[in-house]
Design a protein around this ligand. Structure first.
Ligand code: FAD
Length: 497
């Protein structure tokens, strides 16, 4: 007998579906939920530990969230950094709830305390970092941020930055309470929990090949990778959490938002070092300024990572060309197949408006190993080529919207069907770090009735205590709550690097 259609169907087994599925099930235990993942394993695409930087983006170190002021001497605008901090704090709230309630029982496998640093060189950049520090440290979220322009202090923070460095002005900020997150492991823990809940199932090797409206929700066609057989599934609510596979599915669904929507993939690469003698001497995630031509793609960074029980260093990301939308199950024909009469104009307009970025991407893709090492030596002057190898990171599929008239927006954006029966996620940054807030946004838009009941409100409050607060407003007992979360996530004992 065929199994009954689920209330909720989540396409893709990455960090976004994992959060939405787990949060919805805790909010309303009667919901039946299915996850359909195309690949043989869960969270093997952008959410996998090797395919992203694992930075718990909280605005502590990323210089692209606090651009230098247009008028010299005016205060640095920290609005974006404050917003990212508050959204990341909601992820930490949900993860600590997930640990306490057995949804993600092994925090040491997915989160570690790793200090977050911003690092700059040259007089003008040092002056900017000082001003940025003054603006941020005035906010309660960032009050523990330290600043130094003293090379000896910096050597104590993380020696690789200073050893062998020429005499030039340098400065850094440091927040000890940064994190390194294995989003792939976290996704797999949450989905393993979801898979054994009543009325819930998680499938791998099941690709959604068609998505169209039905009388009461959506009808999908799902193809089983092993047998090649396809079967229809209906659901009242669908979340397209397919990462690079999202835009083709939205195009097929015929939503107004998909009209003129185009996609452009940018693949990432890292330099990786596992020489224990080097790895043992770097203590943090160190972010530099974004290169002037790189749009808002973000700056290079030298990171401590904790992946599958190993401590490694990662430097990058470097951008490179691809026409695939997915790292593992994508095809070279993904980009050409996504071009249609209604989105050619969007692609061309974006290309014309972003010639500087296009040139930057071409330069990145043509880089030699030697030029990548030169970029690394701006952070770590004594880096030795033999210690580093180049590996592929994930693919970021940039959504290009007709309405943006050629402008690029690099943030993450939830789009929904007007009747709230479908939601999808576009964009990559700050991405996985704000997955709890993204799940919340979807619930607020598509399941508002579930939050209005007394029980529903209480259950959401238990998962995300700040879900009904203004994001930029720290709660009165923010510091105490934050310490409790650190404790539950094991961050107080994970060593600070
Ligand atoms: C180089 C790089 C560095 C990054 N660094 C960070 C960072 O430091 N911190 C951070 O927070 N974020 C970072 N990100 C962003 C982050 O990785 C993503 O925002 C996040 O992983 C997206 O999760 P997801 O669940 O939407 O997508 P994914 O993890 O890609 O999951 C989507 C899943 O859907 C499946 N799928 C696709 N099509 C179909 C289909 N038709 N049917 C069924 N299944 C399908 C795929 O196989 C995949 O498993 C980075 C991204 C890149 C590219």
């Amino acid at each position: 007998m065929a199994s009954p259609d689920p209330d909720v169907l989540l396409i893709g087994g990455g960090i976004m579906s994992a959060h939405l599925g787990a949060m919805l099930k805790r909010l309303d235990p009667r919901l039946t939920i299915e996850v359909h993942e195309a690949a043989a394993e869960l969270a093997g695409e952008s959410s996998d530990g090797w395919n992203n930087a694992g930075t718990g983006h909280a605005g502590l170190c990323e210089l692209n969230y606090t651009p230098p002021p247009a008028v010299a001497g005016t205060p640095v605008d920290v609005t974006k950094a404050v917003e990212i901090f508050a959204r990341f704090e909601q992820s930490r709230q949900f993860w600590s709830y997930a640990v306490a309630h057995g949804l993600a029982p092994r925090p040491a496998d997915f989160i570690r305390a790793v200090p977050h640093l911003s690092f700059v060189r040259g007089e003008a950049s040092v002056a900017f970092l000082r001003a940025r520090h003054a603006a941020l440290a005035a906010h309660p979220f960032f009050r523990t941020m330290a600043f130094t322009a003293d090379r000896e202090v910096l050597r104590g923070w993380t020696p690789l930055l200073i050893e062998g460095r020429a005499a030039e002005p340098v400065a850094a900020t440091r927040v000890a309470a940064g994190t390194d997150v294995n989003f792939g492991e976290l996704s797999r823990q949450l989905l393993a929990w979801l898979a054994v809940q009543e009325g819930c199932r998680v499938f791998t090797g099941h690709r959604v090949t068609r998505l169209r409206r039905a009388a009461d929700g959506w009808e999908l066609v799902v193809r089983h990778a092993g047998s090649g057989e396809s079967r229809p599934v209906r659901a009242r609510f669908v979340f397209v959490g397919a990462g690079g596979g999202t835009i083709p599915l939205l195009q097929a669904a015929g939503l107004p938002v998909a009209r003129g929507l185009a996609a452009f993939p940018i693949a990432g690469q890292w330099l990786v070092c596992d020489n224990p003698a080097v790895v043992a001497r770097h203590f943090g995630k160190v972010y530099g300024p974004p290169p002037p031509d790189s749009g808002a793609l973000g700056g290079p960074h030298l990171d401590v990572r904790h992946l599958h029980g190993r401590r490694v260093l990662l430097f990058g990301p470097f951008a490179t060309w691809t026409t695939k939308f997915l790292h593992r199950t994508g095809r070279a024909t993904d980009l050409p197949a996504s071009i249609r009469p209604d989105n050619v104009g969007t692609l061309l307009r974006t290309g014309l408006h972003n010639r500087v970025l296009a040139r930057f991407l071409v330069q990145q893709a043509l880089q030699s190993m030697e030029s990548r090492l030169r970029a690394l030596r701006e952070f770590y002057p004594e880096a030795v080529a033999a210690d580093w190898r180049l590996v592929d990171a994930g693919i970021r599929v940039q959504a290009l919207k007709q309405a943006d008239a050629g402008r690029l927006s690099f943030g993450t954006e939830v789009v929904t069907a007007p009747d709230g029966t479908l939601a999808a996620l576009l964009g990559a940054s700050p991405g996985a770090s704000v997955s709890a807030n993204i799940a919340l946004q979807i619930i607020q838009t598509c399941f508002p009735d579930r939050l209005r009941t007394t029980g529903g409100h209480e259950r959401m409050k238990a998962m995300l205590p700040t879900f009904d607060f203004a994001l930029s407003q720290p709660s009165a007992d923010h510091a105490r709550h934050s310490a409790l979360i650190d404790d539950r996530l094991g961050l107080l004992s994970s060593g600070g690097a």
